[in-house]
Every structure is written in structure tokens, then in C-alpha cells.
Design a protein. Structure first.
Length: 539
């Protein structure tokens, strides 16, 4: 199929599935088709240099709406940035354009990335139809064009916070999409909608120009129909960026290349697959447990060794994450004060909070009759409920009276989580100083590594995609448990991918696609994608 035909199909699907709210803004159809036509002409003529030889040349890529672009707004799904357009492109945007990709639009998301179901968006929530959950190739226009109704029994959660990006790929509105993953925000939507979601090692992909949620956790990830496309997108983005202080240096990337050289021998001799005991929790749904067991059986039948491992700190990871992420968010979002960034609430700059509260300094506070100050008034008016909830939590855990008991303790747990992973992987973490050789020449494991594993395989989420009607009835804290399997890899900065595997049943009784997560050692991104591709081929 020509690039123009593929672009026409994506544009048509954007119209057909508009009611599911995957996009906040889309590129002008005429401009998209013009670029695709030019890409076809460049490819057929053999002119154009590197972009025409790129696998992304002329492909439509959707970007999560917290990734800056100069030609489309960057709203982060928030009212406070509803009219904001960035004066610069993010590094990932620039690299995609340099590879010949066409930006299809900006996808819907939980406000500032805070959520698990893409329901906390100023522009309305994202939804997926239950009838298309078992297939990522449906292009049939829906029978109705109404916005997603959370009480509609035929609608499922698309996951969050990158739910719009995942849905854009599953409904063929884009060739692939970028999302951001802080505690599972790429992998969870991928699991729910049945596409591949890949979170690289922390620091491999630049965050410059990506609006921050939690700096030490945020990672730009890829949502794609399969591992090969994800690999193509990742290859275009995987480079050092001097503007991003968290970008892995050139020297570190040399060490990662040395690790990558051992990948093929490891795959050729047969992988050692680790199964974390702590992930087999009571809350795991029967459908997910069956899919996990079946995936492991097929890996074993294909010649790979399956071994149980223990990650004892896993049970503390979720609690640590929901201390650390809101704390960093409260700091990052402090700039949205009605003066420096974003929208501002109407009214004067000062108020009478102290006077109305009867404070001892009441006379020193200007009384404008409004009863509020600009900072509080602006944030109350333009931040959604989940953002307010996490900012209050983060501000508290960073307070002088609570910091040692919460934030500092969570950082200690984070180090223990990373140590648990390092203890089970055969390859040493390349960021540590005492690195042991991962394998002998020829790919044979060293004797002291016989009990260790190459990757871990576990569920991405405890349940398949829930119905929106059920999500709306959840208490906010209950939704946090969806991240229980994705958060540990994020705390350790490890590469991980959610791979869709077929559930049991057929037709109306089908359980649809269920996400299985592959987790690798830091820097072993290529191996994670290799295993994802192996799992895609297992039947």
C-alpha cells in the first residue's frame, strides 16, 4: 500500500472514530496528505537521502499532548494550558520529523499524566468500544457518533494516561504513537487496548520539550501495532541530547552497546525467563492468570527455560511510587500560578485570605473583597480533581514534618526495588561500578549466573480492560492499584514492554487480548523488544 493510501486510511479513521476522543487536536488533513504524497514521490524517484530510506518515512505518528510541537497546541489535557502552543519542538518531535515521519496530531490524556484510565482530561475522557477490544485492525465506522458516555455498557477503559495514543494505534488512526510512562502510562493503555507498549530504559530517549510530571520517572515510550514498528520508532529516538540533563551520555551508551552485542548469543542459546512470585497476587483476575500461564507454557515449549524468582520489595513499590511521583509533581506544577505559565483566573492579584481566616497578620494583607489570592484562585479554577489531589499529597510529603517519614523512606524503598531486580538478572546493571561479565564467549552463562535470568515475564495489569461504568464507580485510590505491576520497573528505570497475547475463548466469548509484560535489565532494551517479538510469534 502506498504511503498516500495509508495516510488516507488514517485520516478517514480519525473521522470515523472521532467520538472515542483519542485526539485533542489533529493535523490538517490536506497538509498530512500533501506530505504523504511527497513522501511517495520521493521514495519512487529514489531522491531525498536519509529520510526516504527510513522506515518512518511518510508514516503518521501521533504524539501525546504533553510533547511540545510548534504547529499544534500542547495542552497536557488541562484547562490551564488549553490555549498554549509551544515556541519549539520537543527533541523527540524533531527526531521524528528528521526521520521523515508526519505528525498526525496530539492525543488525549489524563491531565498532566495523572491517571490510569484517561478520564481526567479537560477535553473529555477516552473510551474504546468493547466490540473492537479483541482486534487492533478494525476500520469500520461506528453506528453512532456521540461522545463517549461513561455509563454505556459497550465502552471499555482505554487505560491511562496515554490512552489516546494507544487508542489511535489500535483503531489505525496512526501508524504508531508516542506516550509518556511515569508509572505505567504507556504499558497499561497498551494492555487494555491490545497493542504493544514499550518503555525504554530511563535516559535513553530525550525528555527535552516534554512537559514534566515526575522528572526522575518520566520516560517517553512507544505504542505500536507490534515490536518491529516499536523498534523502528525507538531507533529514531535513541540518542544523547545535550539539552536534557537526564539523557544518558555518549560514554554510557558505549557500555550499552557492549551489552547489546551479547543479545543475539543469549537469544540463540535459549532465554532464561524469570517469573516473579510476588506478582501472583490474589487480586489477579482468572483471565489474566490463564493468559500468563499459557504464555509461559508456550515460551517453554519454544525452548526457553522458565524459572521462578523473588522480588521481595515489590509489595512496597506502589506505596513508594505514590509518595515520590506526587512530590515531584507538586514541585513541577508550582509554575502554574497565574503569572508565569498558562491561563489565569480573573480578578486582582491579592486577596483577603488572612483577614477572613482571622489571622494575626490580617491587617497586612490587602482586602480586595474577593476572599482569595491569584495563585490559589487560578489553580482551583484550572486544575482538575486528580491533579489537585496529587499536588496536595505531594506538598504534604515534602513538608518539613513529613519528609523524613514519607519522601526519604520512599527513596530508600526505591533503591531496594532496583537492588531486587539487579539480584535476579544475569547481566549486571551497566550503571553500577562493580560490573560482572554477563556471559562467556559464545553466549554460555557463567557458572555463578546459572540461577539468574535474562528477562522477566509477568502480567501488565491485574485485570483486562474494565468497563467505563465500573471505572466511574471506583474511589480514586482504588484506581491506583492498576499500576501495581508496572510501577516497579519505573522505579528502577528498567526497559519494559507490554505485549498483547490472546485470551481464551472465541467470538462473543473471547477474553480479547491481554497484556503480558517483559522486563529487562537497564540498557537491555533490544532484548526486551526481541522477547516481545518472540511472544508475538507464539501460537
Amino acid at each position: 500500500m502506498s504511503l498516500l493510501r495509508q495516510a488516507e486510511r488514517c485520516v478517514a479513521n480519525q473521522v470515523a472514530w472521532k467520538h472515542l476522543n483519542a485526539f485533542i487536536s489533529v493535523a490538517a488533513a490536506d497538509d498530512v496528505l500533501r506530505q504523504a504524497r511527497e513522501a511517495d514521490e520521493t521514495s519512487s524517484s529514489g531522491r531525498g537521502g536519509a529520510p526516504s530510506s527510513s522506515p518512518l518515512h511518510g508514516r503518521l505518528i501521533a504524539l501525546k499532548d504533553n510533547i511540545c510541537t510548534t504547529d499544534l497546541p500542547t495542552t497536557c489535557g488541562s484547562a490551564i494550558l488549553a490555549r498554549y502552543t509551544s515556541p519549539f519542538d520537543a527533541t523527540v518531535t524533531t527526531r521524528l520529523r528528521a526521520a521523515g515521519a508526519i505528525v498526525a496530531g496530539k492525543t488525549n490524556m489524563d491531565e498532566f499524566g495523572m491517571g490510569s484510565h484517561s478520564r481526567y482530561s479537560h477535553f473529555g475522557g477516552v473510551a474504546q468500544p468493547a466490540s473492537s477490544h479483541s482486534s487492533a485492525t478494525s476500520t469500520t465506522a461506528p453506528a453512532h457518533q456521540l461522545p463517549p458516555n461513561p455509563t454505556d455498557a459497550a465502552l471499555l477503559s482505554a487505560g491511562g494516561s496515554s490512552g489516546g495514543s494507544a487508542l489511535a494505534v489500535s483503531t489505525l488512526q496512526a501508524h504508531a504513537a508516542l506516550g509518556t510512562d511515569t508509572g505505567g502510562s504507556v504499558r497499561l493503555p497498551a494492555s487494555y487496548v491490545g497493542v504493544l507498549g514499550f518503555k525504554p530504559s530511563y535516559g535513553r530517549v530525550s525528555r527535552w520539550g516534554v512537559v514534566a510530571y515526575a522528572n526522575s520517572l518520566d520516560t517517553v515510550g512507544v505504542l505500536a501495532p507490534g515490536a518491529r514498528v516499536a523498534r523502528d520508532v525507538f531507533a529514531a529516538l535513541d540518542a544523547w541530547d545535550p539539552r536534557d540533563p537526564t539523557s544518558l551520555s555518549a560514554r554510557t551508551r558505549v557500555r550499552l552497546s557492549a551489552m547489546d552485542a551479547t543479545r543475539e548469543p543469549r537469544v540463540r542459546r535459549g532465554l532464561r525467563i524469570g517469573v516473579p512470585r510476588e506478582y501472583n497476587i490474589a487480586e489477579l483476575s482468572p483471565a489474566v492468570r490463564r493468559a500468563w500461564a499459557r504464555a509461559l507454557e508456550r515460551l517453554s515449549a519454544a525452548g526457553h527455560a522458565v524459572r521462578p524468582v523473588s522480588l521481595p520489595t515489590t509489595r512496597l513499590a506502589l506505596s513508594a511510587y505514590y509518595v515520590l511521583a506526587p512530590a515531584e509533581a507538586s514541585s513541577n506544577l508550582a509554575k502554574y500560578d497565574g503569572v508565569r505559565y498558562g491561563s489565569r483566573a480573573a480578578g486582582p492579584d491579592s486577596g483577603s485570605v488572612a483577614r477572613t481566616a482571622g489571622g494575626e497578620n490580617a491587617d497586612a494583607v490587602g482586602d480586595d473583597g474577593d476572599g482569595d489570592i491569584l495563585f490559589a484562585r487560578t489553580r482551583a479554577a484550572f486544575f482538575g480533581p486528580e491533579v489537585k489531589r496529587r499536588l496536595v499529597l505531594g506538598a504534604y510529603t515534602l513538608s518539613a514534618s513529613a519528609m523524613d517519614n514519607y519522601f526519604v523512606q520512599a527513596q530508600r524503598v526505591r533503591r531496594l526495588v532496583a537492588a531486587d531486580f539487579d539480584a535476579v538478572f544475569a547481566v549486571a546493571n551497566p550503571l553500577t561500578t562493580a560490573a560482572r561479565p554477563p556471559v562467556r564467549s559464545g553466549g554460555a552463562p557463567a557458572a555463578d549466573d546459572d540461577a539468574k535470568v535474562d528477562v522477566l515475564v509477568c502480567p501488565t495489569a491485574p485485570t483486562p480492560a474494565p468497563r467505563l461504568a465500573d471505572v466511574e464507580r471506583l474511589r480514586p485510590v482504588d484506581a491506583y492499584t492498576n499500576d501495581v505491576f508496572t510501577v516497579p520497573a519505573s522505579l528502577a528505570g528498567l526497559p519494559a514492554a507490554s505485549v498483547p497475547v490472546e485470551g481464551e475463548g472465541e467470538g462473543e466469548d473471547s477474553e480479547g487480548k491481554i497484556g503480558m509484560q517483559v522486563i529487562g535489565q537497564f540498557g537491555d532494551d533490544g532484548l526486551v523488544l526481541d522477547v516481545a517479538e518472540v511472544m508475538e510469534g507464539l501460537r
